[in-house]
Design a protein around this ligand. Structure first.
Ligand SMILES: Cc1ncc(COP(=O)(O)O)c(C=O)c1O
Length: 372
């Protein structure tokens, strides 16, 4: 039987009554933008992550950009982030007129390496965006210490990691602000786009609230130039239902990760490097990402056997044509480069079964034998 990378329909089927009921309520109420569902979701996500404020916006990418704008980061400023990640953080930095400065990653967790971030700091550095990639928390203690020492703002990118913990504390509650994404495939996904800015800082929250709605609190009075980046009621209602299941889903992902590791060990696939979990961290496995040499051939063989996989990410950000002249890198980022050549994400979603996991690993063993 084919195994998909992710199965959003299986999740919907399991909670159809709850979701349909929530959508119907929004339709019956007839209020579709910035209403009671968005307000309730803001309260609930803030309470879940342990921050004072949460502001719903149109996407995780907008959340990054609006947080940077709320802090006044712009032309002439530099913002440090990871060379191996989705483009959104770098894009947001460029969008506000600042320069992304890329640093290398930690080989085991794919997270930004705080040791490398030290070398990226100049008199222009204003902020650092640690990306909790694939659901693994960055090493926040040294990042926060560095930020304190150099008076940098910390914007956590939790798009892939809501619910992950670092020394018992949830991601999103470490930095000066954090963002989450409700993109459908995320651990807490909507059925469309959506995102949120989290912060304990009242001024930042107020500013993001202004920016997401044309710079206006009072209708047709505009204090600053903003935009339309409002989270809609339907998506908020859906995410509110899903938030109640998030911990149980993240636990299921962790169980599947353990099952993958055990099956890979039983098959003696010694050439497969498993995703690491740093001591004191709780990975939430947005993606279950292994490393293999000859990755492209392995992926093709798995595809032929009906196993869907993903390469996130096939190249490093400093090499993206759109960023080449707009960003700076501290080094050639050898660890990020190696990751881009070797990573392969296997199917991962809460509803995955033990039989599917064993099938994936059996097919992985076959693929490796063929490519070796
Ligand atoms: C690490 C990371 N940051 C930011 C984003 C942007 O989120 P969105 O797709 O909601 O704009 C994503 C989403 O794909 C992501 O993976």
């Amino acid at each position: 039987m084919p195994v998909p990378l992710i199965d959003l329909v299986a999740q919907y089927r399991a909670m159809k009554g709850e979701i349909d009921g929530a959508i119907q309520q929004v339709l019956d109420r007839g209020q579709f933008i910035l209403g009671p569902e968005v307000e309730a979701l803001e309260r609930e996500v803030a309470a879940y992550c342990g921050t004072r404020y949460a502001v719903g916006v149109a996407s995780g990418t907008d959340a990054l950009e609006l947080a940077l704008r709320a802090w006044g980061i712009g032309r002439g400023d530099e913002v440090i982030t990871s060379a191996f990640s989705f483009i959104a953080a770098a894009e947001a930095v460029v969008a506000v007129g600042a320069t992304p400065v890329f640093v290398d990653i930690d080989a085991q967790t794919f997270a930004l390496d705080p040791g490398q971030a030290v070398d990226a700091i100049t008199s222009k550095t204003k902020a650092i965006i640690p990306v909790h990639l694939f659901g693994h928390p960055c090493d926040m203690e040294p990042i926060l210490a560095l930020a304190r020492r150099h008076r940098l703002l910390v914007l956590e990118d939790c798009a892939q990691a809501i619910g992950a913990r670092c020394r018992g504390k949830l991601v999103g509650s470490f930095g000066d602000a954090a963002i989450v994404s409700f993109y459908p495939s995320k651990n807490l996904g909507a059925y469309g786009d959506g995102g949120m800015v989290l912060t304990n800082d009242e001024v930042c929250a107020r500013q993001v609230r202004l920016l997401r709605a044309h710079g206006s609190v009072q209708r047709y009075h505009h204090d600053v130039l903003g935009r339309n980046s409002r989270l809609d009621e339907m998506q908020a209602a859906i995410v509110r239902i899903k938030l109640r299941h998030l911990d149980e889903w993240n636990l299921a992902r962790r169980r599947h990760a353990l099952a993958y590791a055990q099956a890979i060990e039983q098959q003696h696939l010694t050439h497969v490097e498993l995703p690491g979990e740093r001591a004191g961290c709780e990975h939430v496995y947005h993606l279950y990402t292994i490393r293999v040499a000859d990755r492209d051939r392995v992926q093709q063989a798995l595809e032929a056997a009906g196993i869907s996989t993903q390469v996130a990410y096939p190249s490093i950000l400093p090499e993206q044509p759109a960023l080449r002249r707009r960003a700076r890198s501290v080094s050639v980022c050898p660890t990020a480069r190696r990751a881009a050549a070797e990573v392969l994400s296997l199917p991962m979603y809460p509803e995955l079964t033990a039989v599917q996991i064993n099938d994936v690993v059996q097919q992985l063993a076959n693929a490796l034998q063929r490519s070796g």
